[in-house]
Design a protein around this ligand. Structure first.
Ligand SMILES: [Fe+2]
Length: 310
């Protein structure tokens, strides 16, 4: 009786930023579906928009996080909200979905709605590597010529990382009210939470800051090669500031981040840990030196800067 998946993240932006937002996210591989009130960016062939931009703000800031559940899940969350004394807000203009709107203790706006969990991504050929004693790819090369690579196609929205002014209270809210589970954390700096019933290692991650804010949204690619190719393509398109290619320790994913027009990030990932059964996953509290990555270039100096707090 909990949230089942991350549906979208909505950001407010300035009207004057709409064009550069469109160029940036379509360069990343998302498709634009516009309506009269906002811009929705979706993975090709997916039902739901993953990123929604609401023009008209004085600057970019996190607007809300939308999660999906079923009828019983919504009823259970409504009960827990009442028990916690959290006010249910009225519908937000432009988002007429019948779900519940409410804020966490730090003002972060959530929407939980009854909606069918989108089918999982279409299965693809497994990534095969030759390793000592294991010749998994025989009589076949791994890479096509560069000219035949084509552009990478994000398969689905995987997770988001949000800033919070109080890490533990934000963790408690996601667990106690939304029914999520802690996957891992690193001291009082960062925490990673997943949905019960089969989930990527993290669906919502939280980083300690002085205020609420959006850090990044992350999209699945099929292989580490695609993460490398996608990151390189974004550099070739002029988006040189980012971080990658590298691999995280917490969640194990290969990553390449690209800085968006507002100083936050978007991430390509592959090979993230999968938690099939929350009861058989033991959350670890990782040392701070493991909180960011295992290998890769050093992150840019503003990688964990919350521009929304300024
Ligand atoms: Fe990420």
């Amino acid at each position: 009786m909990a949230v089942q998946f991350l549906k979208h993240i909505a950001l407010e932006i300035a009207e004057s930023d709409c064009d550069k937002a469109e160029v940036f996210y379509t360069a990343f591989g998302l498709e634009l579906r516009r309506n009269s009130l906002h811009m929705g960016f979706a993975c090709q062939g997916r039902q739901y928009d993953s990123l929604i931009l609401i023009p008209g703000s004085d600057r970019k800031r996190l607007h809300h996080v939308a999660m999906g559940t079923d009828i019983a899940g919504l009823a259970a969350i409504e009960e827990r909200l009442a028990a916690a004394g959290i006010e249910i807000l009225s519908m937000i203009e432009g988002f007429n979905n019948g779900g519940l709107w409410f804020r966490n203790p730090h003002g972060l706006l959530f929407n939980v709605q009854v909606c069918e969990r989108e089918r999982d991504v279409t299965p693809e050929a497994p990534f095969l590597i030759n390793s000592p004693g294991h010749y998994n790819r025989i009589n076949a090369g791994a890479m096509p010529p560069k000219s035949e690579l084509g552009e990478v196609v994000p398969r689905k929205l995987g997770h988001t990382l949000l800033f919070t002014p109080h890490l533990q209270e934000s963790i408690d809210f996601l667990i106690d009210v939304l029914g999520m589970r802690l996957s891992d954390r690193s001291q009082d700096a960062v925490a990673f939470l997943h949905c019960q019933g089969g989930s990527d290692h993290h669906v919502i991650a939280l980083a300690q800051s002085s205020a609420v804010g959006f850090h990044h949204a992350s999209f699945m690619l099929a292989t580490p090669d695609e993460v490398g190719v996608g990151g390189r393509e974004m550099i070739n398109k002029g988006y040189e500031k980012g971080w990658g290619f590298g691999r995280h320790a917490i969640g194990s994913n290969f990553f390449h981040y690209i800085q968006d027009p507002w100083g936050s990030f978007i991430e390509y990932y592959a090979d993230i840990d999968y938690i099939g059964d929350s009861d058989n996953w033991e959350a670890q509290n990782w040392p701070l030196e493991d909180s960011l990555f295992t290998w890769g270039p050093n992150p840019p100096e503003d990688f964990v800067r919350n521009y929304e707090s300024e």
